[in-house]
Design a protein around this ligand. Sequence first.
Ligand code: BGC
Length: 718
Amino acid sequence: MKIIRLLPMLALLLGGRTVVAQTPAYLDDSLPIEQRVEDALARMTLEEKVALCHGQSKFCVAGVKRLGIPELWMNDGPHGMKADIHWDSWEYAKATNDSCTAFPALVGLAATWNPELSLRYGRALGEEARYRKKDVVLGPGVNIYRTPLNGRSFEYMGEDPYLAAQMVVPYIQGVQQNGVATCVKHFAVNNQEADRLKTDVVVSDRALYEIYLPAFRAAVQQGGTWSIMGSYNRFEGTHCSHNDRLLNKILKGEWGFDGAVVSDWGGTHDTREAALNGLDIEMGTHAKSYADNYLADPFLALLKNGEIPQRVVDEKARRVLRLILRTSMNRARPWGSFATEEHAAEARAIAEEGIVLLKNEGGLLPLETKKMRIAVIGENADKRMSEGGGSAELKVWREITPLAGIRARFPEAEIVYERGYVSGYKGVTQAVGGQHARAVEAARKADLVIYVGGLNKERGQDSEQADRSDLYLPYNQDRLIGDIAAANKNTVVVLLTGNAVAMPWIDRVRSVVVAWYGGSEAGNALAAVLSGDVNPSGKLPVSFPVRLEDLGAHSPLAGEYPGDGTTVRYNDDIFVGYRWLEKQAVRPLFCFGHGLSYTTFAYGKPRVDASTLRPDGRIVLSIDVTNTGARAGAEVVQLYVGDREASIPRPVKELKGFRKVSLAPGETRTVEFVVTPEALSFYDAERHAWKAEAGQFDLSVGSSSADIRRSVTIRYEE
Ligand code: BGC
């Protein structure tokens, strides 16, 4: 850096004349980034500008070699830095230095309800990216969980736009502190894998703005993400990776996004649309050569013959240069670190806080295991979950399985393991039948059963390109769990899953834990919660319905899923997740925001500093929360807002605030929420604006969406 600053002052004597070597502005770190962008742009040929608008390999965008402007390297994302593949094929490069730390799946991060952990997640992931010399992390994903069948729910942050928005912002900040860009995906309304390449999503403007866009908007306006990925599906007839309304009007227009729009891999379909509708970088198009990409030679030809004006390519090149200056050309960024114990510790802390205790009858957990005989049953107990799942697949330097974690934590116990079921087999075939019988027998002989099952990362479960076929556990696990529970009344069921599942056996087991996919330290985190070393504090970021039809997307009253192969209508509108369940007064199996602790919390009477809110005002609600049990623990205090007298249909209530508080036994803390008119508003599609209507609103504070402890009513006056 110093040398560059000195360069202008270096006078060179050439042939008796004194020539002052000027540092080009684009190379001068001390200048504002916009000035550097304009300077670089002015030096570039048309061909060089076009070369910035598409990949030159599977994951790399050319810089401008002649000017010393470096390439841009992208990498999946979003749970760790994926292993390297070949330059031009999806095959793994089989390198020996790319085994990463796996962080918990994003649905598990969302289940922590702890934005501070999201920042630490992003920071550690960004450090891994830096070490691997990757400039853009392809993630995080914030598509709303409309159906538990979506194969990619594990990569997203749940069903509530407020929760997803709060959790995505610090993740972005953490990654980008490293001079590594996030590429927030998949923009937009990409809520199922079924027919993902062609489905046209028909959704009201109100649902778009209230449900499907807020997390993306927060990612742009609060997180300041440097890039965004357009999704595969269509919206209003046009593919989202080159959709004028989504990219030009909303993202770049309304939200003022100054970064680069990257297509999903193979999500580009037309040169004119790609050129004019807001796409900046085309990636992953299958063509004979990269020169054939829509935004390569065909684009160049239209620029040369004047059909597309030069300013179009200038605008794209500007955005890509800005991204390069922020990342690969940013000399001040730190070096990063990779696969370290520190990162494993971060992954573990996040995994521990994301684990949700759904049921704990008679306090079976935490375990008292002195000299116990424990049967650990289930394939997931002994399976590496970082493998599979599609683009989010990781090659890890370490992954502690649940079985390994349990064995390490309970050395005094006698532990037997039975697989019980075999993924791939639906029914109880002869081969699998033997496993089943042995597992039930082991359960009968044990003092306690820890069943570890759920979904996995195989196609048709939690994996890209396909959705699940139903809400039930695969591979005949429901029957197996029923038989185990009949054989042993002390059964703990641990589910590794990225989606809600049905639990027809729920009344027959004493404890149920959802551990999502915990990453490198999954098994240690699980064992810490089972043993009570860690008091569970995760809360569901998604509703667990009793039946699939109980949710809007699948309801005979409204739902349309997966559509007819070309179109899917979101007739459930704004009523996604708990918003639908509460409207229909249908009780879920486990509600949004639910999660138990080994201690108990009491809520005091809420206080408000005013009872009337005005357009430019705010109300502070404070409430005391006390740990009334014998163990230290953390509670997620949730604030929901309900409009009592709306002129249009509105949800019974909506999440508008949450705070996670750690409390020692007997300790009380005051939690504060600031309520502004924004929290009372709905999206008025006719006026294209947010609107709060005068009248009464309930502010409800609770431990879950169903467990509301206290409410106050305020008035809004215009
Ligand atoms: C996925 C993206 C991913 C990309 C690159 C696509 O199939 O939808 O999420 O980042 O591949 O691997």
